[in-house]
Every structure is written in C-alpha cells, then in structure tokens.
Design a protein around this ligand. Structure first.
Ligand code: ADP
Ligand code: MG
Length: 609
C-alpha cells in the first residue's frame, strides 16, 4: 500500500470531494464535509506558509503565495467546490512531483536489483562453496561460470571467455578476456567458465562504485526550481495586482454591493492564478532531460547542472586521457647511463608507478607483464611525478625539471624522466594519441555556440601545442601546475565554465569549475565523485551530446513555462471581469497545468543534431 501512503493527501481530497458531491446530489446536509474540506484547506495553507518561510530563509520566495491566498479566499466567499479544486490541484501536483522523482529512482532500483549477490569460491581441496559477495576476501579464488555475473573485481588466472560489460560501460559488444585480464563486477560471462583471483572487496568493486555514484546523484534534492524562481516573483506580483485591480473596479462600478461581491472578483482571479506550471512543469522537464542524458551514458547529478551546462560559455579540457586516449603506448626508452639496462629501468619505474593513479603511470605499468618489485616510501607530487624506493634504489620519476637539474636532452613528445640514486638515468617517451572523436567533438561544441574552448595541461609546450592544433581547441595553456589549472578555471571571463577531466587525478579542477565532467566511471575515483556529471563510457563525444541535451531541456522548460504563464495571465484578465465562476476557473487552471506538464516531457525526446 505504498502508493496510498505516499499520495494520501491527494486521495483524501478526492474521497472528500466525492462524498460532498453525492451529498449535494442527494440534497442532504453537506455541512460536515464542507467543514472538513475547509479545515483541511486551512491546514494545507498553514503547511505551505511554513514551507514558504523556510524557502524564504534560503533567500527565495515563490509562487506559493498565490495558492496560499487562493485557498482562504475561496473559503471566505464560501465556494467549497472551487476550494476543493485548488486542493486537488495542489495535492495532485505534489503527488505528480513525487511520482516523477520515483521514476528517476527506478534506474537506481534496477541497478541495485541487478547487483551481484553470490560468488563461487574455490576451496583449497578443489571443491566449490557458494558464498555471499560480502564474504569474498581479496586473494580468494573464484569460479565464474558461463552466464554468471562477475561478483567482485578480479583477475583471470585460467581460462578465457567473452564478457558483457554493458551494465558498467555501456559498451554493447562483448569484450574478450584472457589470463591476466581484469574483470569488473557486474559484467556477465559469455560461453566459457574461468577461474579468477579476487582483487577488490565487493564494496570497492566497480559495480558498487557506480551504484554509489548514482546514489549520490539522487541524494541531491531535486532543486530544479531555480529557473522557475526567476519568473516566480514578477508573476506573483502581477497576479496579485490584477486581483486587486479587479476588486477595485468592481467597487467602483458597483459601490452599493456587499463587500463579499468585490472580494469574489479577487478570489476568481486567484483561482486561475495558481502557479502549478511553474512549480511542476520545470522540474518535470529537467527530470526528463536527466533521464535522456543517462540514456546517453552521461550521469548528471542534479538539475542545476543541466541548467549551467545548457548556458555554458567556456569549456576547459584536460589533455592526457581526456583529449587524448586514456592509455599511452611506450615509444622509446633512451638511456643516459650504462649502470642499468632498459629492462631494469622499466621494471624499477613500473614498480614505483604502480602506486600512482596518473594515466601516464597506469600506461607505463601496463606496458609489460613482468612481476613488479615492492616499492616503499612512495610519494607523489601532483603535476610533477613521484619519488620511491625500489630494490634498494632511490627513484625520482616525472617531469625533467622535477627529476634532475642537469642539462639533459628533452624529448619532443610526452615523456617520463627517470633518475636512479640521484643520477639521471634516462627517459621513457610515450605516444600520446588524440582520441579519434576529439576534433569532431570540439567542432560540435563550437557549433553549439561554445566560443571559448581551452586546453589545460601540465605537459610541455611542444606536445601541448601539437595536440591543441590537432584537436581544434582555441586556447592552449601548458606547463601548468595543478594550482595554476584551478586558477585558469577560476579566472575564466565567460561563465559558466565547464571543466572536462579524465576522472583519475583531476578532482580539484573539476570542483573549481561551475560544472565538472569526469570521463569514465570505470576508473572511478575521487574525481568522479567530485564531478557534477560523469561520462560512463570512454567516449569524449558524449560531452557535446550532453551540451546538446542540456540546451534542449532548458529551451523546452523555458518555452513551456513562459507559454503557461502567458495563458494564465490572459485567464486572470478574463477572470477579473467576473465572467469565469471560481469553480470553472479552477478547472481551466487544471487544464493549463496538465498541458504544461505534458509539454515538459518533450525535454525527454532526442534533440536534433
Ligand atoms: P595533464 O595535464 O597532461 O593531465 P598533469 O598535470 O597531471 O598532466 O601532469 C603534468 C606532468 O607531470 C605530466 O605530463 C607528467 O610529465 C608529469 N607527471 C605527473 N604525475 C606523474 C607520474 N605519476 N608519473 C610520471 N610523470 C608524472
Ligand atoms: Mg590528467
């Protein structure tokens, strides 16, 4: 009986209305139902006043004033039916908003329902025990049968198969996996059983990370009302003025009439003035826009994000992993020493870099399968590199200026310099390739009216400018330290500013921007959590899709609200002449609401390219 509990006010009002109606038709005494309806009306009005005071404290005052005025007005002129109609509208609107929010919750529920529950643990004696995913420990061996969901993040140790990762990455084609490959919880095994070693607890595994992300998105209150708020104040004032003027005209034309006759005019205007299109239509449009984005694998965390994204003037992109592919390939290893071989330098570097989340570090670690050595005293300096001790050697890895003071030959591509025991040892150069979709994405953004596009990178001038040219971004800012990236975002003249980062190590700049977009929840870390939107697939073109949808959503919401307000104002003017009886006015108003809400759903359809 969840629905009854949730929407009880609405049902109560409907039932009371029905009883009142039957009593009227049977010509029985309706005092009791009338009194109950009045009492409920007053209680609802009081509740709204309370809420109004709360929102007022947040510096907003809204259209609720009109509803609060309308209810007592109706009671005052003793038009129970009109009062009832307003109650239907208010409680109905509230229920509708709840319903819309719960639709958005459905995604989350589906996600939670599909969460992996069991794992087949392989015991030492070779037998298999079915345990709950929460009991799985790192290092356990598990068996994943054909058709099974991968219970926790793990690594294949025998067998190979294809895995459907669509629930995590949105990638619809099955991905082949062999010994040594990582499996993500939530993906589904294809045709062959594999054995795997657990690498992460269930709570830290990929699936749970995405669940948390969506949860944190939903935990943000549905505050889409910003847009509506902007129109609310003038709308309320104009409506009240029309009401008072109507009352004044009535007094002027008919000075001898009773006071209640004049007040009736005011009440008639207030009935049609109720502001539901503003209160509900805009949120519905934003919810539709958000669900449209999530169909495009873009998880937006709140309504205001859509609004800011739709009005964005400046875009800032991180380079490595964002404009360029998120894995780099080692090009060359150039030694400056004879004390170590290339393989030794690579192994030491890989061992140290395995403690970093940087995309460059990940790429270097993945470049070989050789077993890593333990590294101690690892210290990473953001935007510079890291120091560590491996196999008795002191390592310094990163930018040339960070690694050594010697005059060394600098690479012309993205490169990682290595010093061993305070002596410069050589450089590992990497191929930092542009994503294939980068130039068209930048072009799309320009066509969508984004005039200021910049690239922010800690990398060297030559590399940065080459990538900048290839990708088409207008402004290239290079050799930036993390703090300078934040400064560049904060000082942008044309706002709102959107920062797109790789989701691995860009959280400070994502937070600094008006809208932070993180690429790839797969590597979900701090950055995805500090971002306002997360692109769940490894595809930069989702950025321009998101902007297109945001603009469309904003447009639908705006046009819808403006039309509804215009219609309501016209109705108010007509009502001020007294030709619309209050009850009829309430029905008209309801029709406007329903139309406005239906139109808001247009935000959910696909905008044209
Ligand atoms: P980007 O803007 O290209 O993403 P960052 O600001 O994260 O770059 O880092 C700037 C530079 O610092 C990198 O290009 C790299 O040379 C160096 N660097 C940072 N972290 C590391 C690391 N863990 N290992 C090696 N080099 C690093
Ligand atoms: Mg980066």
């Amino acid at each position: 009986m969840n629905w009854l509990k949730k929407y009880w006010k609405f049902y109560l009002v409907l039932v009371l209305g029905a009883i009142h109606g039957i009593l009227t038709i049977l010509n029985k005494d309706q005092t009791v139902t009338a009194v109950i309806l009045c009492v409920i009306g007053v209680l609802f009005a009081l509740e709204m006043i309370k809420e109004m005071i709360e929102t007022f404290k947040e510096g907003r005052w809204g259209v609720d004033v009109l509803a609060v005025v309308a209810i007592p007005s109706m009671i005052f002129v003793n038009d129970i039916w009109a009062e009832w109609m307003i109650l239907v509208m208010l409680t109905g609107g509230e229920s509708l908003e709840d319903y819309a929010t719960s639709q958005a919750d459905k995604d989350l529920k589906a996600l939670l329902n599909n969460a992996p529950r069991f794992a087949h643990k392989l015991l030492d004696n070779g037998s298999i025990e079915n345990i709950s995913v929460d009991q799985v420990a790192v290092g356990d061996l598990i068996v994943i049968n054909p058709g099974d969901q991968v219970p926790v993040d793990c690594q294949i140790i025998s067998g190979d198969s294809q895995f459907d990762e669509s629930s995590i990455t949105g990638e619809s084609l099955p991905v082949p996996k062999k010994i040594g490959d990582d499996l993500f919880s939530g993906s589904v095994n294809g045709d062959y059983a594999v054995k795997a070693k657990v690498t992460k607890l269930a709570a830290e595994s990929e699936y749970q990370t995405i669940v948390n992300l969506v949860k944190s998105a939903q935990a943000q209150p549905a505050r889409f009302v910003k847009l509506a708020d902007r129109y609310a104040v003038p709308f309320t004032i104009i409506s009240l003025i029309i009401g008072f003027v109507a009352m004044g005209i009535s007094m002027h034309n008919n000075p001898s009439a009773a006071w209640s006759v004049h007040f009736m005019r005011f009440a008639q205007v207030m009935v049609v003035a109720s502001p539901c299109p503003l209160l509900i239509a805009a949120p519905v449009a934003f919810l539709s826009g958000m669900s449209n984005m999530s169909r495009h694998q873009v998880q937006v965390k709140s309504g205001p994000t859509i609004e800011k994204l739709g009005r964005a003037k400046t875009f800032a992109f991180d380079k490595t992993g964002t404009l360029t592919k998120n894995s780099l390939v080692i090009d060359q290893i150039k030694l400056a020493t004879t004390d170590f071989t290339k393989d030794q330098v690579l192994l030491l570097t890989r061992s140290a870099e395995s403690h970093s989340n940087h995309i460059i570090a990940n790429s270097i670690v993945k470049s070989s399968d050789e077993k890593l050595l333990p590294a101690t005293n690892v210290q990473e300096i953001a935007g510079q590199g890291l120091t560590a001790e491996v196999d008795g050697h002191k390592l310094k890895i990163g930018k040339a200026s960070f690694v050594t003071d010697d005059k060394i030959e600098l690479a012309t591509t993205t490169a990682v310099y290595v010093a061993i025991d305070d002596k410069y040892a050589g450089v590992i150069t990497l191929k930092d390739q542009l994503r294939p979709e980068t130039p068209s994405t930048i072009q799309d953004l320009k066509e969508l009216g984004i005039q200021h596009i910049m690239m922010l990178t800690g990398d060297k001038k030559e590399v940065a400018e080459a990538i900048g040219k290839e990708s088409g971004v207008g402004t290239v800012k290079y050799e930036l330290l993390p703090g300078e990236k934040i400064q560049a975002i904060k000082s942008a003249k044309h706002r709102p500013v959107v920062m797109v980062g790789d989701g691995v190590n860009d959280s400070p700049s994502l937070t600094a921007a008006d809208v932070g977009i993180a690429m790839g929840a797969k590597e979900a870390t701090a950055a995805s959590e500090s971002a306002d939107a997360v692109i769940l697939v490894d595809d930069l073109s989702k950025v321009s899709d998101a902007v297109r949808i945001a603009k469309w959503t904003l447009k639908v919401a705006k046009v819808d609200v403006l039309i509804a307000m215009a219609v309501v104002l016209v109705l108010e003017l007509i009502a001020s002449t007294g030709i619309i009886p209050a009850f009829g006015g309430a029905i008209l108003q309801e029709a406007v609401d329903l139309t406005a809400i239906s139109l808001a759903l247009i935000a959910g359809i696909e905008p044209k390219k």
